[in-house]
Ligand binder design. Sequence first.
Ligand code: HEC
Ligand code: HEC
Length: 284
Amino acid sequence: MKKYYSLLLILLLAVLISACKETINEVEKPTDYDKADGINGGIRYDKFWSTEADYSKKGDTDILAKLNAKADFFRCKQCHGWDLVGTKGSYVSRGPNANRPNISGMDLVTLAKTKTGQELFDAIKKTAGRRDISFDLTTYDPSTNATEGDKMPNYTQLLTDAEIWDIVKFLKVEALDLTQLYDLTLTGTYPTGRATFSNIGKDGDAPVGKTYFDSKCASCHGADGTQLQMESMTLGKFLRSKANESQHKIKFGQLGSAMTAFKTGLQDMKNLYKAVSDTVAFPN
Ligand code: HEC
Ligand code: HEC
């Protein structure tokens, strides 16, 4: 009888242990979303075939030729904006021309908040209603033939799942909440509207921001941001007039230049913005 009891006990233990193992495996196994890198995602959002992004199809000369010939028809940022809200944000004035499409009206900030990672992934991977890579973009003319060119590209032809997951992580985690960095005033409607930035840095701490600048930026830009000219602007002028774009470049890098991703968090960015809002410390 005793023998049976100990056998039963052993059996029970075995069942318990295997059950435990299974739940442990379930908890510990990282999902594709967990494994994704949102900083890489931000780089890909800017230009997924940049050197910094280490593009999976970098060896495919046909694809690269197509992307480079009409880059702004493929970069997420071009259709959705640095602020992710397209025509509802700072790209309210960015009309199309032969080399760039119309801006999308999609609000990716709200979408990223309300959709799960999987839903965002599926939305980016969608093929219905998307522009095929074979479409000839040299026929694009905003006044007569814009429909196909304005469509979101079919990214299943361009990105691996892992690359898309990185972008999902960027949208959900790494993209900064720009309402915390400045006030945006919009007048008029796309494409003839106007965007102005005010209250730059909001309640950020300017002295702390200046310390951040001195330690991370001054070596290249100079203590007052006048050492390098960007589109004929000092750093102060650039950041104040392109507050939407600057934060992305600072956090994820100025692709193709010596300036790599600082991965700056929201509070540091706020302090930095506050410091640079001072036109005496950072002149035009
Ligand atoms: C040529 C312009 C263009 C480019 C480039 C582009 N999009 Fe879009 N995107 C659109 C338009 C237009 C829509 C709204 C209509 C639609 O869903 O196709 C949209 C919709 C979306 C949606 C919502 C889709 C849904 O079904 O809910 C997401 C998410 C999105 N884009 C992310 C991205 C990401 C990430 C990239 C870069 C990898 C990107 N887009 C590049 C034009 C573009
Ligand atoms: C290693 C040198 C280096 C460092 C450090 C550096 N930058 Fe830059 N930065 C550059 C270069 C080079 C450019 C590109 C200039 C050009 O467009 O020709 C640039 C461009 C920029 C731009 C403009 C981006 C654009 O779209 O043209 C901003 C804004 C900027 N830097 C801010 C900063 C801030 C803030 C820091 C510190 C957190 C910083 N940089 C640190 C070298 C540097």
